[in-house]
Design a protein around this ligand. Structure first.
Ligand code: HEM
Ligand code: NAG
Length: 328
């Protein structure tokens, strides 16, 4: 058998294709098991901490998922979200878009466990990525193979947050264009919003769909239920009145979110509008019908999000404390 027949050459090329693709897609220095030499137990330690925290406070797993979105969407996956307001730094956590974010203090719990084993070795940005990955598993979502090697920023980008994280009432098209700008397509964006299968929404983000008149895209019985949860049109934002996104399986990352949308039980306008925009509605229907398909698309899009523009090598640092730039 010789390799000079055209179909054989073609076959050889196909064999090499995955290698070539792998080579060209490495636009960064992220790699699988980046800490294999420097801190062989790093990924195991993150996972143990995520499990331990989940067992004490189940909603930490939910927070790790939202953290990934809010960190990676703003400039890059660089833990800029975790910096506190101090010494000229204005924290992204202070943006209106960060409303309701919780459990930041437990990021330090994970970081402390890593510092004990290998000081100044594992970045906070990789903690954001890996904790989201392991949190997703605790929530019954897909297993995602994630590369590591991200570095931490020396800045927080508060003014960028409103430019990159959509608002709860933005149009589907504007949401799609924001995700497209970081390389996530329509199908991936619809899958990522499936994160709203878990967690809560405060009344302040809801009441505009209930008062003075009920949004006609909201199921009337569900609207009555939500009015009981959120009895006033102008709730005190600090009053922790909220509703769960998915009443049936609030702690499971499943396609019930899409089934709820089809029943007009989406909580945020950005959620419900996915069913009325013709570019997204076919994906909503497909994800509602097939949890495996939702999980596959979710995993694919989370990876893209987690690799948005990472800082590598000398572009950033390894923070000692995720809340502060080193030396502050
Ligand atoms: C169009 C894009 C998005 C908008 C406008 C949006 C907006 C919001 C809002 C307003 C809340 C409720 C906050 C509150 O009232 O407490 C929320 C919660 C949440 N979001 Fe999003 N989100 C978007 C996309 C995403 C993505 C892509 C993810 C993750 C992959 C995500 C993960 C979460 C999680 C997990 C919660 C629940 C947080 C908790 O219960 O602590 N969101 N989001
Ligand atoms: C969207 O909601 C914000 C409050 O979160 C409000 O200020 C703004 O006017 C709303 N935009 C639209 C188009 O309704």
């Amino acid at each position: 058998m010789t390799l000079n027949k055209p179909q054989h050459r073609c076959f050889t090329f196909l064999l090499l294709l995955p290698l070539l693709l792998q080579f060209y897609s490495v636009k960064s220095d992220l790699q699988l098991n980046y800490y294999a030499q420097s801190c062989p137990n790093a990924e195991q330690i993150v996972k143990q901490q995520v499990i331990k925290l989940y067992n004490k406070h189940g909603n930490t797993a939910i927070s790790w998922l939202r953290n990934l979105f809010h960190d990676c969407m703003v400039k890059s996956c660089d833990a800029s979200l975790l910096l506190r307001t101090i010494n000229g730094i204005e924290s992204e956590q202070e943006s209106d878009r960060s409303f309701g974010m919780r459990n930041f203090k437990y990021v330090n719990t994970i970081k402390e466990a890593l510092e004990k084993e290998c000081p100044m070795t594992v970045s906070c940005a990789d903690i954001v990525a890996l904790s989201a990955r392991d949190g997703v598993v605790m929530l019954g979502g897909p297993r995602i193979e994630m590369r590591t090697g991200r570095k931490d920023s020396k800045q927080s980008y508060l003014p960028e947050v409103e430019k990159t994280i959509p608002n709860h009432n933005d149009s589907t098209q504007s949401v799609l264009s924001r995700f497209r700008s970081i390389g996530i397509d329509t199908e991936g964006t619809v899958a990522l919003l499936g994160a709203h299968s878990v967690g809560r929404v405060h009344c302040v983000n809801l009441v505009h769909r209930l008062y003075p008149t009920v949004d006609p895209t909201l199921d009337p019985d569900h609207a009555e239920y939500l009015k009981r949860r959120c009895p006033t049109p102008d709730p005190d934002p600090k009053a922790v009145l909220y509703s769960r996104n998915d009443l049936q399986t609030p702690m499971i990352l499943d396609n019930n979110y899409y089934n709820n949308l089809l029943k007009h039980k989406g909580l945020l306008l950005v959620d419900q509008q996915l069913t009325s925009d013709p570019s997204t509605s076919p994906f909503v229907e497909k994800m509602a019908a097939d949890n495996g398909y939702f999980h596959d698309q979710f995993a694919r899009a989370i990876l893209l999000l987690s690799e948005n523009n990472p800082l590598t090598e000398d572009q950033g640092e390894i923070r000692k404390d995720c809340r502060y730039v080193n030396g502050d």
